[in-house]
Design a protein around this ligand. Structure first.
Ligand SMILES: *Cc1c(COP(=O)(O)O)cnc(C)c1O
Length: 363
């Protein structure tokens, strides 16, 4: 009834569009956390690997295990591997990001217990975002710890706080300069062939001079890049579609929805659609803050968004009960809708609920 249609050909288009910006030496980590930003992680992972993506990344250990269960054998980074799951990380051959003294010690213990050595890990530095990561001053301690045979450091990285900000951007420059110092320090230590990276999707577009060894691309693969010009080079891979449940003839003065949220000022028609805030259709989309596309025309949401339903003003748009509706898609881009609700495409897409069936578009 309400389904998210995923177009794998568009994923392929975005992959090539992004890849073409990279030098042949730069590898790609496909970020597929949160079910590939609300889409569907299994088929997307398979396609990305088939296309040549060198590694995948998820946020949590559980997501990595899911990929292994789907038969994905590619390297999988786990950005935030909780310490309680370190044994699971090792048993599923996932690559943890080590970000603090405690996480490093605990992971070493887990490796001892599992009798493993030269285990692939990634080291994350905090250069200003103040999310997770070693502080640059901890670099010497980190390097000392890495001398054991337990670890094989595959990469050292950091994450920018506002890579989409117009250049020149002081906070980003500060982060990059700190990371350069960290790189120099790590590179001075002999016997370690380690890769370096710091860019996400926006960074890939905005800082071509810092592509380094890897880029970590998430939203770009799904068709968005946080800038109108960059967006032009990509195609959104998903469309959220549904069908009209019921149509009501509404007379001027009548109200629609909870708390009489909307009052008709003239006679009109209102369509009821089977999607609500429990599906990730945000309540902030109510009261005309969002629209859906019916027969190529905008129909605005009237009144409050319910948990399972919304009502839209369809005036004289040619349609009937069972007509197809595009909730997110052409004419209703996720980034545009998100902006109207004071949020971003990332949140809107990744919050699409479990009740929405994911369907792979067939040719
Ligand atoms: C989510 C995430 C990314 C991907 O960011 P996009 O803007 O979606 O490309 C990259 N790196 C880290 C550490 C992340 O958490």
């Amino acid at each position: 009834m309400t389904f998210l249609e995923i177009d794998i050909e568009k994923l392929e288009y975005n992959y090539h569009s992004l890849r073409n910006r990279l030098s042949p030496n730069t590898k790609m980590i496909g970020v597929i956390k949160a079910n590939a930003y609300g889409a569907i992680c299994g088929p997307i992972s398979e396609k990305l690997i088939e296309l040549g993506t060198e590694a995948l990344a998820v946020a949590y250990t559980e997501e990595g295990i899911q990929l292994r269960k789907l038969g994905i054998t590619a390297p999988v980074l786990v950005f935030y591997p909780q310490e309680e799951r370190f044994t699971d990380i090792i048993r599923h051959e996932l690559e943890p990001v080590i970000y603090s003294k405690r996480s490093l010690k605990k992971f070493k213990t887990a490796l001892e217990e599992e009798k493993k050595s030269a285990y692939p890990i990634h080291i994350k530095y905090n250069t200003g975002l103040n999310r997770i990561g070693f502080h640059p001053e901890e670099g010497d301690w980190v390097l000392q710890q890495l001398r054991t045979s337990y670890f094989k450091v595959k990469s050292v990285y950091t994450h920018l706080g506002q890579s989409e900000a117009p250049k020149p951007d002081k906070p980003t420059e500060r982060q990059i300069s700190l990371f350069k110092q960290i790189m120099m320090k790590h590179k001075r230590v002999a016997g370690q062939k380690t890769d370096y990276h710091l860019l996400n999707t926006s960074g890939l577009f905005n800082y071509p001079e810092y592509h380094l060894d890897w880029v970590r691309v998430g939203i770009g693969l799904y068709g968005f890049a946080n800038h109108p010009k960059w967006n032009e080079t990509l195609q959104p891979i998903a469309q959220l579609k549904t069908k009209i449940t019921q149509i009501h003839q509404i007379n001027s003065g009548e109200t629609v929805g909870y708390n009489c949220g909307w009052k008709a000022t003239k006679n009109t028609r209102v369509a009821v659609l089977p999607i609500g805030h429990a599906d990730g259709f945000l309540r902030q989309f109510g009261h005309g803050n969002s629209w859906v596309m019916i027969n190529g025309q905008k129909a605005y949401v009237v009144g409050n968004v319910c948990m399972d339903m919304i009502m839209v003003d369809i005036r004289d748009i040619p349609c009937c009960e069972k007509s197809e509706v595009v909730v997110i898609g052409s004419g209703a881009r996720a980034d545009k809708l998100a902006k109207n609700a004071g949020t971003i495409s990332y949140e809107l897409l990744s919050a699409l609920g479990n009740r929405i069936t994911r369907v792979i578009k067939t040719k």
